[in-house]
Design a binder for this molecule. Structure first.
Ligand code: FDA
Length: 397
């Protein structure tokens, strides 16, 4: 087998890998992008319900979790959400803000993939799909790489970029290989766990949820000192919806979460006004005026709030209000990597240069995107990290 030479080999044709390749090739460097999948950007394709929430207009380092909360600042500050939006606009992709600064394609996530593969082709990058990494070894001035699959080959390169993502959604090709490569080269990896993931509950708690599966309500969901005000969704398996996915990144086993429905609403005041207006209405129906009806009926039933609202004194109304806005509940776990949007933790940032994403110990070895211990909130932040870290490595090469 003959040996081919490249300046840069990028492992993973996902969001971060493609962004890096475009910039690594921009000044004439010979770049090869390798992926074991049959198509590039598979997670981009399915993201945001097929419309890709490609960034968040309000992105800053405070929207990320990491052992070192300062690490992401440099890359995020030098390749910003506005830079990515400019790229999207250059390609004529129309987009809209859905909520909370989240930008989505008007038509299809595939437009983002076409944009990136088009930029890669223009920059002269080579893309090899259905190709596996059989091994990588350090050599003088770079790396020796063995590729398997459809186009087995021996490769030499100066720069090796690990952009193969985390462990979430193994069905889509997530392998966790990036952590093994980090370990092979002596880089530390922080604890990894599923994040942005639905939470699960014991059978007795779940029995109550099942009857209201499908109900969504605005809520403030808190764990420790962290809170998110977004929608919460009851499912047959537990709790989901943006507020729960967000808090899942902060939740740890044997910690309760707190749920306040309608967190900004004066529930006590509403109930008193309703009592005055129509005291004969049942408590469940009265609650159904401010909460989804099925949720109101469930809460009334679960807490024994029977009879007309007119029979409830102020003390009882105040107790109801504080129950509705102070529900404490103990998850027993999460749905795991099967449905997690991202992997929390990863390659320890202490071993990486925050400007370039290069290993401090091994010249020419880079880690970008989800494989790194930088994890964004729900809402386009994870893709922004992929773009920013990919750009930082690509321009440094
Ligand atoms: P990514 O996972 O995108 O790419 C890694 C690539 O490496 C893949 O192409 C994979 O095939 C390849 N690979 C893996 N192992 C390999 C191996 N052993 N050999 C060769 N290749 C290998 N984020 C966001 O900001 N907005 C959103 O709308 C969404 N939506 C969303 C929906 C769903 C269902 C999921 C699962 C995730 C999201 N995300 C998201 C998160 C987002 O998809 C994620 O943060 C980025 O894709 C991470 O980009 P990377 O390039 O780091 O990894």
């Amino acid at each position: 087998m003959s040996t081919a030479h490249f300046d840069t080999v990028v492992l993973g044709a996902g969001a971060a890998g493609m962004m890096c390749a475009i910039h690594a090739a921009a000044h004439g460097g010979r770049v090869l992008v390798v992926d074991h999948a049959k198509a590039p950007g598979e997670k981009i394709r399915i993201s945001g319900g097929g419309r890709c929430n490609f960034t968040n207009i309000g992105t800053s380092a405070r929207n990320f979790l990491s052992n070192n909360p300062h690490f992401a600042k440099s890359a995020l500050g030098r390749y910003t959400q506005h830079d990515f939006v400019a790229l999207v606009e250059k390609h004529g992709i129309s987009y809209h803000e859905k909520t909370l600064g989240q930008l989505f394609c008007d038509d299809s996530a595939k437009q983002i993939i076409t944009m990136l593969t088009g930029e890669m082709a223009q920059a002269g990058c080579e893309l090899r799909l259905a190709t596996t990494l059989e091994g990588v070894e350090p050599i003088d001035g770079g790396f020796a790489i063995r590729l398997g699959g459809d186009r087995a080959a021996d490769i030499r390169c100066r720069h090796f970029v690990v952009a193969c993502g985390g462990k979430s959604i193994p069905k889509m090709g997530a392998t966790g290989l990036g952590y093994q490569i980090a370990a092979q080269f002596g880089l530390a990896v922080t604890e990894t766990r599923p994040a942005l993931v639905p939470l699960t509950f014991s059978e007795d708690v779940l029995a109550g949820f099942r009857e209201i599966a499908g109900v969504a309500a605005d809520a403030r969901v808190s764990c420790g000192k962290t809170s998110f005000d977004e929608a919460l969704l009851f499912t047959h398996r537990g709790l989901s919806g943006p507020a729960i996915l967000q808090i899942s990144s902060y939740w740890r086993e044997s910690q309760p979460i707190r749920i306040a429905f309608l967190p900004e609403h004066d529930i006590f005041g509403s109930l008193r006004a309703s009592r005055k207006e129509n005291g004969r209405r049942s408590i469940a129906n009265t609650l159904g005026e401010i909460l989804p009806k099925r949720l109101a009926a469930y809460l009334a039933d679960a807490h024994g709030w029977a009879g007309p609202i007119g029979d409830a004194n102020d003390k009882k109304l105040a107790a109801m209000a504080s129950t509705i806005q102070g529900w404490q509940i103990m998850p027993i776990g999460s749905e795991g990597y099967r449905t997690a949007e991202v992997t929390l933790g990863g390659v320890d940032t202490a071993g990486l240069n925050s400007r370039t994403m290069e290993s401090k110990a091994i010249d020419g070895l880079y880690f970008i995107g989800e494989v790194v211990d930088v994890t964004g909130w729900l809402g386009g932040y994870n893709f922004q990290w992929a773009w920013s870290s990919g750009w930082a490595a690509g321009t440094a090469i």
